[in-house]
Design a protein around this ligand. Structure first.
Ligand SMILES: *Cc1c(COP(=O)(O)O)cnc(C)c1O
Length: 381
């Protein structure tokens, strides 16, 4: 039987050799490799500045922290996203104000943002859901009107562009993840890109305890001052070494994802009971993280059966994401909700199945996946 796994990091000899070189050197942190990785990532995206961090979550938290967002403040957060998008706000003591998704894209419903803005709102966050860019000019216009910061969660969106500009550069900052199943990996890790060089300088400072000079900048060993509150959110040299090699493959990865996505999309159109996110216009360059199918309401209760039927035929699946964030226990207990305030996010969370399109797969695998989807739906329903 064919095995089509959902996600698989592609680690070659180049990555192994790069890690080996770091291990044989003297610097494991604070070295030139992370700096090189930052330059490579900035040059790929066109960012003025790029700051490596220990994860996307750390990057988001660091941004809010630096912006002084805290107790009594509110931040607009998409209801349909990874919990990290909201946790980063919570960690600062601010309150996430959730906005439902748009059924055509899975992205935040921009038409519902303004009604959630209050005098306490400090920022709008968005997630480029499954790699499809949010119409950022509209979000930025709302933010400008109300004097708000914009933070982009780009964890699934490397290579995503809106109107020619890479995601993460529309707002004040964009955070990326290199967790193993994302487009590229450093095992764990992330970056923040931004057009504001002063913001980047502060993030560099605050990701390392707020000390005034790092190990390589000290005139006398062991002597430094601490000028700010900060974290230990650095990316180490081993991670960055893997990242540099991964970035050399990024164009190929993205091409393959697009070819796989397009093939699978064509194979899944016009299946009864199944909806796909709409193909957006040419302003939107998708980074094709995965392809989710959304089941009609009457089929949703049997989603697990369908997942099992796919998995039994060797097709790996996932769910992005398993619950609207406001319905996760932590959030529900802290900010009570009725349970039907986010109908679109619910339709996606409880009614979708994510299918693989990663670069470890090819077009023939996609034809197999489409066949399995059709066969399994007939079996189960
Ligand atoms: C994976 C993911 C994150 C978390 O990334 P980490 O690097 O694991 O912190 C955040 N946001 C989204 C949308 C994600 O998919």
């Amino acid at each position: 039987m064919k095995k089509v796994t959902f996600g698989k990091p592609i680690i070659g000899d180049e990555e192994k050799k790069a890690v080996q070189r770091v291990l044989e050197g003297t610097l494991l942190v604070h070295g030139p490799v992370a700096k090189q990785f930052e330059r490579d990532f900035a040059s790929f995206t066109g960012a003025e500045a790029c700051v490596s961090v220990s994860s996307c979550t750390a990057g988001l938290h660091l941004c809010y922290f630096d912006m002084g967002i805290g107790t009594g403040d509110e931040v607009i957060v998409p209801a349909q996203t990874h919990v990290a998008t909201a946790h980063a706000v919570e960690l600062c003591g601010a309150k996430p104000i959730f906005v439902d998704a748009d059924i055509k894209s899975g992205n935040i419903d921009i038409s519902k943002i303004e009604e959630r803005i209050t005098p306490h709102t400090k920022a709008i966050s968005v997630v480029h859901f499954l790699g499809l860019p949010v119409a950022m000019d509209k979000v930025c216009a709302i933010a400008d009107k109300h004097g708000l910061k914009v933070i982009e969660d780009c964890a699934l969106a490397i290579g995503g562009r809106y109107k020619g500009k890479h995601v993460g550069l529309w707002g004040d900052a964009g955070a990326y993840s290199f967790y193993p199943v994302k487009h590229i990996t450093t095992a764990e890790g992330g970056v923040v890109i931004t057009k504001h060089e002063d913001l980047a300088a502060r993030l560099i400072h605050k990701k390392a305890f707020g000390v005034d000079r790092n190990v390589t900048e000290r005139k006398e060993p062991g002597i430094y001052d601490v000028t700010d509150l900060g974290f230990n959110y650095r990316m180490n040299e081993l991670q960055a070494a893997i990242g540099i090699e991964q970035m050399k493959r990024i164009d190929k990865f993205l091409d393959k994802r697009k070819a796989n996505y397009d093939t699978l999309y064509a194979g899944l159109e016009n299946i009864e009971g199944v909806t796909l996110f709409e193909k957006p216009g040419e302003d939107f360059v998708n980074s094709h993280y995965c392809l989710s199918i959304i089941l009609d309401e009457n089929m949703r209760k049997d989603r697990s059966k369908l997942v099992k039927a796919f998995n039994d035929k060797g097709v790996g699946t996932s769910v992005y994401y398993p619950s609207p964030v406001p319905y996760f226990t932590y959030y529900k207990e802290k900010y009570p909700v009725t349970g039907d305030e986010y109908p679109v996010a619910s339709a996606i969370s409880y009614g979708s199945i994510a299918l693989p399109v990663g670069p470890h797969l090819d077009v023939e695998d996609m034809e197999y996946v489409a066949d399995v989807v059709k066969m399994s739906i007939e079996e189960v329903f």
